[in-house]
Design a protein around this ligand. Structure first.
Ligand code: TXA
Ligand code: MG
Length: 324
């Protein structure tokens, strides 16, 4: 069973607990501002293999490599001017950049699935200090069995992977609550590969450029992890609900009260105040609660598409997609 160690008050006990298993090539769960990550030494092939085994994840799917800071990132990837500007503006934070891998990078090919590019981000808060102490990048997908909803608390990780990993660092509820936004700059164009915790509006405001959505940038889904059915609860999902059917659990937003509300098995509001950042932070926990209620289906009211609503709707659509 995994030990649980708090990152409070100053992260020192958590770092002391984390370094031995990381040095030994184990994978451990760490809190990030987006979701909890299943972290291991990105330069050690055995450690990376453990991540794939623990998640039951197809090994063609590349992992995000987490860096302590931009200087560490520059030792592993090549930055064009626009990518560097994005990094300087938004790191540390919920942004992943897909960049050409440097020929002299020590990141192992298993972490990049053999691609010539690497997904890099500098997470906010505690993980930066851990990575600086470790001195090497940490490869970390979300700390959940492949196909399940990403964890936003240490308890979520413990329920799913507590029997498979030696250590869970507990940093409380992840404040952003959805995974990082993934961008790839090509010929001065910013392409959105995955909407996430940094809104397209914020990127556009900082750069004065339009963020290209996947449809506009070309039909192929380029982030290989973007399989249709992902983040799937056990219960079926019904989106843009304007009424509730008997036996359904309801996830609503901003106090919206669809018809038949009184017949709902459970009613959860992502943000009574209508704040999309709060809704993103609550999304995965509320999906898990609705699923655990035993309701046969989860009805979700329409969520605005602006700001973090884009990432929320992306995750809801994946959760509602037919399971293959
Ligand atoms: O917020 C997050 O990003 C979390 C926390 C733990 O940092 N991590 C996360 O990692 O969501 P993961 O492995 O679940 O998602 C990684 C995504 C996948 O869709 C993968 O295909 C894409 O990043 N990716 C990684 N490297 C890539 C590359 N070189 N080219 C294109 N996509 C890449
Ligand atoms: Mg994931």
């Amino acid at each position: 069973m995994a030990d649980i160690v708090s990152t409070r008050p100053d992260g020192k006990a958590a770092i002391a607990a984390a370094l031995p298993p990381l040095e030994a090539g184990a994978c451990i769960a760490i809190p990030t501002e987006t979701v909890y990550g299943l972290a291991a030494d990105a330069t050690n092939p055995r450690a990376i293999t453990r991540i794939y085994e623990t998640k039951g994840r197809p090994s063609f799917n590349p992992l995000i490599c987490h860096m302590a800071d931009l200087a560490m990132a520059e030792r592993h990837a090549l930055f064009d001017p626009l990518s560097r500007k994005l990094a300087e503006r938004f790191w540390p934070g919920p942004l992943t950049l897909i960049l050409p891998l440097r020929a002299d990078s020590t990141i192992h090919a298993l972490a990049t699935a053999g691609l010539e590019t690497v997904g890099i981000r500098v997470p906010l808060g505690f993980p930066g200090a851990l990575i600086a102490a470790f001195g090497k990048p940490l490869a970390a997908p979300s700390a959940n069995t492949s196909g399940r909803i990403s964890p936003t608390t240490a308890a979520h990780v413990f329920e799913d992977l507590g029997g498979k990993i030696p250590l869970i660092l507990d940093g409380g509820a992840a404040p952003v609550g959805v995974e990082s936004t993934i961008l790839k700059v090509e010929n001065g164009v910013i392409r959105l590969l995955r909407p996430g915790g940094l809104s397209a509006e914020a990127i556009e405001a900082a750069t004065g450029l339009t963020v290209q959505r996947p449809e506009k940038a070309g039909a192929i889904i380029e982030a290989p992890g973007m399989l249709a059915s992902h983040y799937a609860p056990e219960a079926a999902m019904r989106l843009n609900a304007t009424h509730v059917e008997p036996g359904e659990a309801l996830i609503t937003f901003a106090g919206a009260a669809p018809q038949g509300l009184e017949t709902a098995a459970l009613v959860l509001d992502l943000s009574p105040a209508g704040d999309l950042a709060e809704a993103a932070a609550n999304l995965f926990h509320m999906m898990k609660l609705a699923d655990a209620s035993g309701a046969r289906r989860i009805a979700v009211t329409a969520i605005p598409e602006n700001g973090l609503g884009e990432a929320i709707n992306d995750r809801l659509q994946r959760a509602a997609a037919p399971k293959s």
